[in-house]
Design a protein around this ligand. Sequence first.
Ligand code: LLP
Length: 432
Amino acid sequence: MKKLNHFSALNPEAVAQTVEKFGTPVYLYDEALVLERCKECVEMPQAYGLIVRYAMKANSNRTLLKLITGAGLHLDASSLNEVIRAHLADVPYEKIMLTTQEVHIGASRQTLEELLLSGLKYNVCSTHQLELIADFAVANNIEVGIRIHPGIGSGESATRNTGDDYSCFGVHLSDLPRAQKCAADKGITFKHVHVHIGSGADTKMWRQNIDLLLGIIEKHFPDAETVCFGGGLKEARMPGEYAADVPLLGSYAKMQIEDFYERTGRKLTMEIEPGTYIVANSGYAVTRLIDKKSTARSNFIITDGGMEINSRPLLYGSKHPIYIVSDDGTRIISSEFDDVKHDYEAVVAGKCCESGDCQTLDMDGHAVPRAMVEPQIGDIVVIGGVGAYCSAMAPYNYNSHQQASEVLFTTKGKLKEIRKRQTLEQILQNEV
Ligand code: LLP
């Protein structure tokens, strides 16, 4: 376990320059931190080979995909559209694994076939998916992997626990005999076995997941050559939260894979699929404080970017750090990290007409004030920890707001726009 270390990375001058050049709201990503996380993952201890797949659903901006794959990572895609986006970012199909809930029939089936023939890798996630692809895979000598549903999982909330029996991801162990029979009848052997137990998984459960999957492979998959333990490596966004200790988890996995070799004589290549861990803390949502109000219960500071920029507090009660920066690039206060007297408390709200549009909510959706030094209208309010599942997941056209632009703060200290702000015309263009 290790303490978070990202908050010192916020560069208030870069924030102020971003606002001056690109306006608000805007996502700002720190290239150095993304690269640091990539390096940590690709260098984690391993036994007989390691592939780190970035789960691109966390943030699929083309520039970030290029950066991350340039740092040696492969990709985990969750839809055919993600595969196509990855390829448009110059990622070869051979480096992309599709693990999806989609069932491809009709036109999408044709696309899947074309991509598989071009080298895309495919994990079946249900017996039905296997039945649909088996003949084509055998006829074209295409390997298919299998995602196992272990029945035990872990996530930061019930909605992010993909491994337990309330979730429906992968071939459940109880359905495995049916999948195995289909594979045997069609002549398919599984060389790749995968599991993903949830997001923000408890470290103990992640280790248990390693043991469990190796046990399943030993018992049911005599032809497996790679084992994928999925993503879910926990990131710490707030003080008091602990991130996964990647080197330690790597050491554990290495030991267990070596042990597996001693028992079975089989050397497995390991894969992991982090999304959050690679990008979460590199991202800041930069907004402007546009109004202040008070009720009998709370002060509210209102910013020009809220749930349509970061829906995680509303969806999961997730906590994100809040920083206040002045227009001249002085860091006024970070509500959580600075050792100064916090003499004011406020709920950080957005501009959508919905009471849940707050960045400071608890798990039940109640607005919770944060301690801070009182900011003024016009100050810049920065929400940290938004690199993952924010730009990729937020309902950005709610209230007809426009999707925010995205800017990369490069290792050379330059600000590079990597997505333009959406226009109103673009919101309207498909209406008939
Ligand atoms: N592999 C598979 C098959 C996945 O479904 C996911 C995430 C990952 C890897 C990456 O998981 P990560 O390392 O990012 O935890 N929207 C939620 C997270 C949902 C993740 C869904 N699947 C959040 O904002 O916390």
